[in-house]
Design a protein around this ligand. Structure first.
Ligand SMILES: CC(C)(COP(=O)(O)OP(=O)(O)OC[C@H]1O[C@@H](n2cnc3c(N)ncnc32)[C@H](O)[C@@H]1OP(=O)(O)O)[C@@H](O)C(=O)NCCC(=O)NCCS
Length: 218
């Protein structure tokens, strides 16, 4: 019977080479894990303060028509935002039970880059969530998911809601994909007019229930 002695077939320096390569690969993955952990630590959210209002006002006042259309919003309806600053300031001053909107600010390395907010709040019942990264260059880099992932627990805790709803325009892939990634469940696709400034449009209705929130976020 022929017994193969591998040690005779493979030269010793091959073992050394393979061992070194394995060690390098392992070190690469260990470093990558710690880099990712450090990156995660760069992200945070905070409840809006008065000094943050200017960013949201600036975002809406410089927004392009194509960006508005991608969200299903009519430019001529934007007059609603004329008093946006005052509206947010008022909301900041109200206790949670009386708020009609709650704004969270996404931060990277302490600097604000977007907002995630809920309106149509029915305290202890439900609220409708919206998400915006202000600068288009910063989209599609994971910042939206980080901001929303960290904002969701604030909405459930402070508003004591049972369901968090979001209804993006069905053709707007970015929010739809972000929501599914974060565990929202698809409910239906239907024609709606989600807010005063939207035209009548087809939306995807997504829902995050409290039990799913607890399972995925706690
Ligand atoms: C919606 C928004 C907040 C998402 O934030 P983001 O940082 O761009 O998204 P992320 O990079 O975290 O990506 C989340 C998921 O969406 C996908 N995605 C993001 N932008 C996308 C796009 N333009 N087209 C297709 N998929 C997209 C990503 O691939 C990712 O999914 P994956 O992990 O399965 O690959 C951001 O794109 C935005 O501000 N858009 C303009 C405002 C808007 O449309 N708001 C929604 C109003 S309801």
């Amino acid at each position: 019977m022929l017994i193969l002695d591998l040690s005779k077939l493979i030269p010793t320096n091959w073992y050394i080479m393979i061992g070194t390569k394995l060690k390098r690969t392992l070190r690469f993955y260990i470093n990558l894990r710690s880099d990712l952990r450090n990156m995660e630590n760069l992200f945070a959210v905070k409840e809006i303060e008065k000094k943050d209002i200017q960013h949201i006002v600036q975002y809406w006042s410089t927004i392009s028509t194509s960006h508005l259309e991608s969200m299903g919003i009519k430019r001529e309806e934007l007059y609603i935002y004329a008093n946006l600053g005052e509206y947010i300031e008022k909301q900041i001053s109200l206790p949670y039970e009386q708020k009609s909107a709650l704004f969270m600010i996404g931060l990277i390395d302490g600097k604000p880059y977007g907002h995630c907010y809920v309106n149509s709040i029915k305290f202890r019942e439900e609220a409708h969530m919206h998400l915006h990264i202000w600068n288009s260059d910063r989209r599609q880099k994971g910042l939206g998911s980080q901001m929303v992932k960290r904002s969701i627990p604030y909405f459930f805790k402070n508003l004591e809601i049972k369901n968090l709803i979001s209804e993006p325009y069905y053709l707007n892939s970015a929010p739809n994909k972000t929501l599914v990634k974060l565990g929202f469940q698809f409910e239906k696709c239907y024609v709606s007019k989600p807010s005063g400034w939207n035209f009548e449009l087809k939306v995807h209705r997504w829902k995050l229930t409290k039990p799913v929130f607890k399972e995925k976020f706690m």
